[in-house]
Design a protein around this ligand. Structure first.
Ligand code: CP
Ligand code: NVA
Length: 310
């Protein structure tokens, strides 16, 4: 029996499979270059599959890119708001997993508590995909790696600098640094430091990850500067704006990076908070290519999850 391929976190998928997915994402993107968005891909090997995409938090990119990815591959998506499901009034995650496994071919979940994702995957007999939890956002990282490599070639041994909140995106960047062999420098206030579990994983695996409270130190000579919102879904704003203002990415900080460095942000963005409008909309920003690449990267993730034994 073929084991089910869940896409839960980057450190739980082999380096080889992650590399294959990035290359597949780049290939499927170039294969449909210039085609109208409504047309189907040439490779329709997944035709007939249905994804249940469950949202417990809002989403624009994840929702639309998963749905369009499935449509272009000749497949279908059910977008499910958990409040409209029995899940929203107490049915267990485990029973939801068992029932959906009888109807659809894969489940994507966006939720607050990562344990719900784990519980879903333990009880599903079909692939489960992490569409963001409070702990991590691996699908976004697949799009980020793709975007970096499109602009600057192999990410191996390159320097990526993060300046901002040590949030769920940072945990996935830490996993990515180990799995794709790049140097990651994280600048953040000590009060908003990265998840110790991700840092422990980095230490145990020898991933090249450094944390500093000095944004200029992190940015010096970097090939990419990246950030995210200061207030993630489920966070209280609290004192975050004060704590994070020294980590704002502005043109002065961009000047510290390599002259051909790029700026990335998973979006949604708050101009003149985590990064100035001049940076977000400047010549080095690749944020909308990055957003588009959610579509192509997710096709690769879906093809990996569904491609074998289904
Ligand atoms: N980057 C991202 O996941 O965006 P959404 O919240 O719009 O899905
Ligand atoms: N860190 C952000 C990412 C949004 C895509 C959040 O969790 O809200």
């Amino acid at each position: 029996m073929t084991s089910v391929r869940h896409f839960l976190d980057l450190h739980q998928v082999s380096k080889e499979d992650l590399r294959t997915m990035i290359d597949d994402g780049l290939a499927v993107k170039s294969a449909r270059a210039g085609r109208p968005k409504g047309t189907k891909d040439d490779d329709m090997s997944l035709q007939g599959h249905t994804l249940a995409a469950i949202f417990e938090f809002p989403s624009t990119r994840t929702r639309v890119s998963f749905d369009m990815a499935m449509r272009q591959m000749g497949c279908d998506t059910m977008i499910l708001n958990s409040n409209d499901m029995q899940l929203g009034r107490g049915e267990s995650v485990a029973d939801t997993a068992r029932v959906l496994s009888r109807f659809v071919d894969a489940i994507m979940l966006r939720t607050d508590d990562h344990n719900k994702l784990l519980e879903l995957s333990k009880n599903a007999s079909i692939p489960v995909i992490n569409g963001l939890t409070n702990d991590s956002h691996p699908c976004q990282l697949m799009a980020d790696i793709m975007t970096f490599e499109e602009k600057k070639g192999s990410i191996k041994n390159k320097i990526i600098a993060w300046s901002g909140d040590g949030n769920n995106m940072v945990s996935s960047y830490i996993h990515a640094a180990g799995q794709f062999d790049f140097e990651l420098r994280i600048a953040c206030p000590k009060e908003l430091a990265p998840d110790p579990r991700a840092m422990e994983w980095a230490k145990n695996t020898g991933a090249n990850v450094h944390v500093t409270e000095d944004a200029s130190e992190a940015a010096a000579g970097a090939d990419c500067l990246v950030t995210d919102t200061w207030v993630s879904m489920g966070d209280d704003a609290g004192d975050r704006h004060n704590l994070l203002s020294p980590f704002q990415i502005d043109e002065k900080l961009m000047e510290k990076t390599a002259s051909d460095a790029i700026f990335m942000h998973c979006l949604p963005a708050h101009r003149d908070e985590e990064a100035t409008a001049a940076v977000m909309d400047g010549a080095q920003s690749v944020i909308f290519d990055e957003a588009e690449n959610r579509l192509h990267a997710q096709k690769a993730v879906l093809r990996w999850c569904l491609g074998n034994g289904q």
